[in-house]
Design a binder for this molecule. Structure first.
Ligand code: DC
Length: 221
């Protein structure tokens, strides 16, 4: 039996990571945070002063490994664990520019499909283009959203936990800018797959969303 694929897409701060990890844990599936992969490439580019013009020719220098255990996710670049470093404001500000480069996407999409091929019973993968581009035949596609104010509040609370800027207005501004960049780019923009189930989490608690998506995944497996 090929692994069951659950593709969860949606804008920044919609709760994709917590929901995806929770669903993967409940189902005993592996988990893939594709945003972390785009962040890892961006971290490497900033650390090595590789511009968006140069990066296509230098991707061979950037070896990324993503852990797929939903209870202990990690990402390494050239064997350095960058799981925390990729959440810095500098990476967050630059990631939309680097993730818009076609060669970056081609490399990471290939790795994402490879991870799916190696997943045992199933994989919950989260990102922006999983239902539309990476896994067009996913068993279940979810488009998870929440209104921008709810997402900004959540992101500011996460930032506070990490010791970064916890201002809700700043989070609102940065999320709106990233929404526009991620939705407006030419290659693989954030879009709702026609066969995706839309879940609006604005007025739902995290356990409610996990429950709902787990039930959908069981129905679609
Ligand atoms: O989910 P996140 O905020 O960690 O994602 C970081 C960035 O990576 C986001 O601005 C858009 C990009 N991204 C993408 O282009 N395609 C994906 N499948 C996942 C993320």
């Amino acid at each position: 039996m090929p692994p069951v694929i659950v593709a969860i897409d949606g804008p920044s701060g919609s709760g994709k990571s917590s929901v995806s990890k929770g669903v993967a844990t409940r189902l005993g599936f592996e988990y893939l945070d594709t945003g972390a992969m785009y962040r890892a490439v961006t971290w490497w580019a900033l650390d090595n002063r590789v511009s968006t013009e140069e990066i296509a020719g230098r991707l061979g220098e950037c070896a990324i490994i993503s852990g797929t255990d939903p209870e202990a996710p990690f990402v390494t670049v050239n064997a350095v664990d960058v799981s925390e470093a990729i959440r810095s404001p500098e990476v967050t500000a630059a990631v939309s520019r680097y993730s818009a480069i076609p060669e970056v996407r081609t490399m990471l999409v290939e790795m994402q499909r490879e991870a799916a091929g190696n997943a045992g019973t199933g994989l919950v993968a989260e990102g922006r283009d999983l239902g539309t581009v990476v896994f067009p035949n996913a068993n279940l596609k979810v488009y998870l959203t929440a209104d921008v104010q709810a997402r900004a509040q959540r992101r500011a609370a996460e930032n506070a936990e990490r010791g970064h800027d916890a201002d809700v207005a700043d989070a609102h501004e940065s999320l709106s800018a990233r929404d526009a960049a991620d939705s407006g780019r030419a290659v693989s923009p954030l879009q709702i797959a026609p066969d995706a189930v839309e879940v609006d989490a604005t007025f739902m608690t995290l356990p409610e969303v996990i429950d709902h998506v787990t039930k959908l995944a069981l129905e679609h497996s």
